[in-house]
Write a protein that binds this ligand. Structure first.
Ligand SMILES: O=c1ccn([C@@H]2O[C@H](COP(=O)(O)O)[C@@H](O)[C@H]2O)c(=O)[nH]1
Length: 273
């Protein structure tokens, strides 16, 4: 999906919600464990219940890779089931020397090779240009580069200064030379509040993928106040708070209610664009 189509979806659904499918087999309702593929069945029902309110789905691959071949099968089936009008994110946090990154890009973008073709992959920028560029060779695909993350440990490195720039600022500046707002987004945690102002000084037009509302306590209001641009420029992810809103037979209804509540908050902001 390209930038124009994504912005179109945001305006149409009055939402910039990304639902995170961090599906942990230990946490899904017990009655689903009788299904042939409990993780896929759970995801299918979550997707059906939330697609009206969401413009994107983020599949955190760790939850699937950790289950070996069965996990990869659930991952591929879930990717196939994602609504085609929604932006898809493989949250795999890849990045390695160039020829290895090429294989990672093939794994998530090249359907002939892997059976999946996500719109985007999250990429760690620590190894620099040659580790990110292979993800930018695919037309209408995106690299979503970690910039300022939502976790406590983000303070270990990301705020370190050199030459008057904090590390996350250097990431934003340097990676702007590798691609454009048409094929690069940045991850910025919802817990980073006013830091969004600094982020927007460097990348006023790029989309930001923002995890950390819901279970991590980030503020949607602050994210919008400091991070939104004239085309929205935000995809705000919520995983656990939506998909595990109930552990009972009503889990899908509870997820729908959770997604709708977030969408209604977002609608106020989209109407002002
Ligand atoms: O800075 C980051 C980068 C990625 N994540 C991922 O987003 C979701 C958040 O899940 P919640 O349940 O809504 O907290 C998860 O997949 C993380 O790995 C992040 O949280 N922060």
């Amino acid at each position: 999906m390209n930038r124009k189509e994504l912005i179109g979806q945001i305006r149409e659904k009055k939402s910039f919600l990304c639902v995170g499918l961090d599906t942990d087999i230990q946490k899904i309702p017990a009655f689903l464990l009788n299904e042939e593929d409990p993780v896929f069945e759970f995801n299918k029902q979550i997707i059906d219940a939330t697609r009206e309110f969401a413009v994107a789905y983020k599949i955190n691959t760790a939850f699937y890779e950790s289950r070996g071949i069965e996990g990869w099968k659930s991952l591929i089936k879930t990717w196939e089931y994602l609504p085609k009008d929604c932006f898809s994110i493989a949250d795999a946090k890849r990045g390695d020397i160039g020829n290895t990154s090429e294989m990672y890009a093939k794994a998530f973008f090249n359907i002939e090779s892997s059976g999946m073709s996500f719109d985007s992959v999250t990429v760690a920028p620590y190894m620099g240009a040659d580790s990110v560029k292979p993800f930018l060779k695919f037309p209408e695909k995106w690299a979503i580069i970690l910039a300022l993350t939502s976790n406590e440990g983000s303070k270990d490195f990301q705020y370190l200064s050199s030459d008057g720039n904090m590390l996350f600022e250097s990431v934003l500046q340097k990676s702007g030379e590798w691609g454009s707002k048409e094929n690069i987004m940045f991850v910025v945690g919802a817990t980073r509040g006013e830091d969004f102002l600094t982020i927007r000084k460097h990348v006023p037009d790029h989309f930001l993928l923002v995890p950390g509302v819901g279970a991590q306590g980030g503020s949607l209001d602050e994210v919008c106040r400091y991070g939104m641009n004239k085309e929205c420029g935000l995809l705000v992810n919520s995983s656990r708070a939506i998909i595990y809103a109930s552990s009972g037979t009503d889990f899908a209804e509870a997820a729908a209610a959770g997604a709708q509540a977030v969408q209604q908050e977002m609608e106020k902001w989209v109407r002002e664009l």
